[in-house]
Write a protein that binds this ligand. Sequence first.
Ligand code: SF4
Length: 466
Amino acid sequence: MGVRDVLRRVERATRPADPVTAAALQRRWQELPASAQTPAQSVGGHAVGCEGTHGVFPKCNLTCSPCYHSKDANKVRVDGDHTVAEVSRQMAFLRQERGPHAHAQLIGGEVSLLSPDAHAAALAAMRAHGREPMSMTHGDFDLDYLRALVLGPDGRPRLRRVSFAAHFDSLMRGRGGIPRPRSEAELNPYRAQFADMFRRLRREHGVRSYLAHTMTVTPQNLAEVGEVVASVPGMGYSMMSFQPAARVGDDRRWRGGLGEVGIDDVWQQIEGGVRRTVAWEAVQFGDPRCNRTAFGLRVDGDWFPFLDPDEPGDLEVRDWFYSHLAGMEFVGIPKTMVVLKLLRCFIEHPSAFGVSGRYVRRMVARAGGVRKLIAALVRQRVAPLTFVVHHFMNAEDVAPAWRMMEAGVAAEDRRVRVTQERLQACVYTMAHPETGRLIPACVQHSVLDPGENRGLRTLLPLTVIR
Ligand code: SF4
């Protein structure tokens, strides 16, 4: 290889975003409805969005109400070979369509029903296609399972870093030790115990982790969200994500009037939990009726936003970031590569020094000043904390809106049009390499899952007759 080739390679490798990602960003921006093309919009501006698996292991061993899984989900065998092959196929397609780096969820039914080896192999397949994986779980597994997952047969870590989203809420049924929780507070020891396992993993084996806490919200537990926000992050969770319940999946699990909870209702509770306004308008993922996100820092139990939408300097940082670092991945690539990419960007755009310097000063002041921050750092009381509300849509709204979209019809009815706009701006994608399509998760769960799971029942029956 000649010097020119080497330089060309270095030039390409140190671009903030790979050309495939840059093209995907542009495509995503053009696909967004005009209402979502705002300065705050991250999709197309910075990120292509999140990804998830489907049709892999739909079975779950809890019996929650509500539940998003279709009627046949529990009649499908959990099969490691099928999972790894299917995950690999889906991730390869996502890589081809959306570029070499993204965040993807290993999601189906319950991930810990996979054997530790199959689970580890599925995560490795995701990483092999440039996906930073997060395993979605109900959190009801023990340290032995976790150790078997991250350690190889030689007792040494085969996974250096793991990410889990653990779902805990009082609507869940069948958790070991607490099959019918009567309140959110009753679950706190289980939430803490789950996070503790990952601390031990770090201490004993050097394996790092990222933990998100997820929770379904209905009128039944809405009033307890604030208390969860106040008590859970300190246990070791870096993200608190809430999903107002949507009517999707097995309607036998929708007993009683579960009612509607809006995204604003949950946000109000979050603000009550942190005892301050949690502004989310600086960065938007897709449609604001689907997603709300606020990134921040927890210092000595108090939360401070990374970006304040009322602070022009913060918006300047956001705009600078979107303009010059669009599509850059910070996790899942070597740290030296992150540094090199940033260095190149700073050299090419020296305004970065002023923008970032002013931002750091502002952020330090916001978090209480240098002394407070250093003292909290010493006591290990500083950690990032992100709040998310993701409001899935009801199947009865998604199905007709999607049918019309497939026929190329823009709805005139307001409710259907809103659903179409949200689907167009979707940030949570599932891959269908067999049809060459990328499908919004709402469509996957509302429209495609029932048929897919019926097919899986035949392919992977619970009882194998030999
Ligand atoms: S999965 Fe549904 S609720 Fe979530 S972003 Fe996509 S369309 Fe919106």
